[in-house]
Design a protein around this ligand. Structure first.
Ligand code: GDP
Length: 233
């Protein structure tokens, strides 16, 4: 049985930006320096779905990427896949609340799920996201893994926990990226990693990641490849 989707959590009044003053305009971090060649040279955007009937054919395997809004999901995808177009597409107005499908290789996809914890959205919109996410997670036979993007300074939140529960319910392996690791001193980042590893035990693999200084990119690429071929038990 899949747990009921906590639609209420999609609007999180505590979803305030870190720091004080006016929040800075979000900027996706792109791959500006020379980086190793993409493992996915032929990756391409497939479509954005607003209803389960629009999902791409449920064949092959796909890894979904989820995370609280502003956790750094788009930047992480961009750096891991080395495809600017991916993150741009997902951030196109009107697409941030959709399920965005990308082909990585023939028969292998990455699915960018809507960010959660967005304040200031209408109840009806939140309900719609909740149902869309729930439908996706419950129905996709090709879902072979989940990457959960978490701001290392915030740690695992309520909604992240719900995602972990969902993944466990549908027996899908999870890899967690603790993003923005560049914002913490080494010791504190290492302590945060250890804390999450202790908290989750063997329910998920966890790593430190930074789109800004490319920390953990190879490890994340390996995890993505591993999840793409993982078999749900
Ligand atoms: P999303 O809403 O989860 O897709 O998050 P974005 O990728 O748009 O990033 C949200 C904000 O965090 C943006 O201002 C990014 O520039 C910033 N950001 C993302 N990843 C990193 C990172 O690894 N390090 C730092 N310092 N900032 C980051």
């Amino acid at each position: 049985m899949v747990p009921e989707w906590p639609v209420a959590l999609l609007s999180d009044p505590g979803a305030v930006k870190m720091g004080s003053g006016r929040p800075s305009r979000p900027q996706i971090i792109h791959t500006s320096q020379p980086v190793p060649m993409s493992q996915f040279p032929d990756a391409r955007f497939l479509l954005s779905a607003n209803a389960p009937g629009q999902f791409v054919a449920d064949a092959g395997s796909e890894v979904a990427v989820a995370g609280r809004s502003n956790a750094g999901k788009s930047s992480a995808i961009n750096v891991i896949v080395n495809r600017r177009q991916f993150a741009r597409t997902s951030k196109t107005p009107g697409r941030t609340q959709l399920v965005n499908f990308f082909e990585l290789r023939p028969g292998q996809r990455l699915v960018d799920l809507p960010g959660y914890g967005f304040a200031r959205v209408a109840e009806s919109v939140r309900q719609h996201w909740g149902r869309l996410l729930q439908a996706y997670l419950e129905q996709r036979k090709s879902l072979s893994g989940l990457i959960l993007v978490v701001d290392v300074r915030r740690g695992i939140g309520d909604f992240d926990r719900q995602m972990l529960e969902f993944a466990a319910a549908v027996e899908t392996p999870v890899h967690i990226l603790l993003t923005k690791a560049d914002k913490l001193k080494r010791g504190r980042a290492a302590a945060a990693l250890l804390g999450v590893q202790k908290e989750l035990g063997d329910t998920a693999s966890v790593q430190l990641f930074s789109a800004l200084d490319r920390q953990g990119v190879d490890q994340a690429r390996e995890a993505l490849d591993r999840l793409l071929v993982a078999r749900r038990s």
